[in-house]
Design a protein. Sequence first.
Length: 401
Amino acid sequence: MGAPVAMAELTARWHGAMAEIPEAQWQALTAHSALPFYSWRWLVALERSGSVAPRQGWQPLHLALWRGETLIAVAPLYLKGHSYGEFVFDQAFAQLAGQLGLRYYPKLLGMSPVSPIVGYRFHTAPGEDAQALTALLLQLIDEFCAEQQILSCNFLYVDPTWQPLAEAAGCATWLNQQSLWSNHGYRHFDDYLASFNANQRRNIKRERRAVAEAGLTVTPVVGEAIPGALLRRMHGFYEQHCARWGPWGSKYLSEAFFEQLGADPDLRRHLVLFSAHRGDPLDPVAMSLCVQTDQQLWGRYWGSDEEIENLHFEVCYYAPIAWAIERGIRDFDPGAGGSHKRRRGFIARPHASLHRWCHPRFDAIVRRWLPEANAQQLAEIDAINADLPFRAAPLDLSAAG
């Protein structure tokens, strides 16, 4: 473990808005991660658009350590009044709190809001002792939670390289599962198809043919080529899709957020819209929004004006996979949920969330439960991946536990 950091040389500040932290200083700490979801502009766009705000149950409360006017370390955090938009389901924890007569909300949360993207961590300046600063930030979080009578602090979808630092400082690990497609050296979509057994290969071809027979073509519209009007249209699809699910629709993002994605070239360059159309790609019948870097693709939102068989699979899975293969992209994370993903080339994988609880009895009960729960989760992942209709490389689970 690193040597303790002298708090006398540092100042801790809680920031109620991302804009309180200068962009250049934030980016200097986060640039190594290269994840768009933790860029200063992405997080500011969420806050300024009203998508992440106290009235939505998300109060920005970022903890930063400063040496003079230089940012040394930062923990992106939110005070949450509910558990929506997290995709790690802690209702059992909330129920336990009620049984113990404890208030579960508000809780402190670390993640990129409404984006179940693996990569959360505390960010530290190059050359600083990341382990010692992690321990110091966690100590400050514990003190804040004790003062404010907050039961828990939760870090979701954590970066596996940061996870050991937080575990060494006392965080408890809870495993959940997510889907992932990996590019095993495919040169063409047919190489991907060849990895399936004959029956599923026929099914995928049939599903793609149904979309073509409906007269639809799917075209990727990328980065600078995306007009603002198409992003507003994407928000309409997103809103419409959420409305179909009623109270479970999970609509979080405002139209203003989509507009800000289009207005900021640094954000727009990470976007790919897969437009299903019968003529002009800018006049879609259905569309999905993905976020990309040179090595990774993330599926986020989709919607459709028409009920067309298998269109969801084409717009959200097959067209993005084909595009990823063309670009040499390594991994495609299609988003939360959906066992149907397993039959279309996605493996189950574990992801870790880390937790701290300020009530001794609550903490003891959950920590006794976690080892068995995590073992069951890994066993379920093994069982899922043993029954896939395609050849998958063995999954290394050593870093998960």
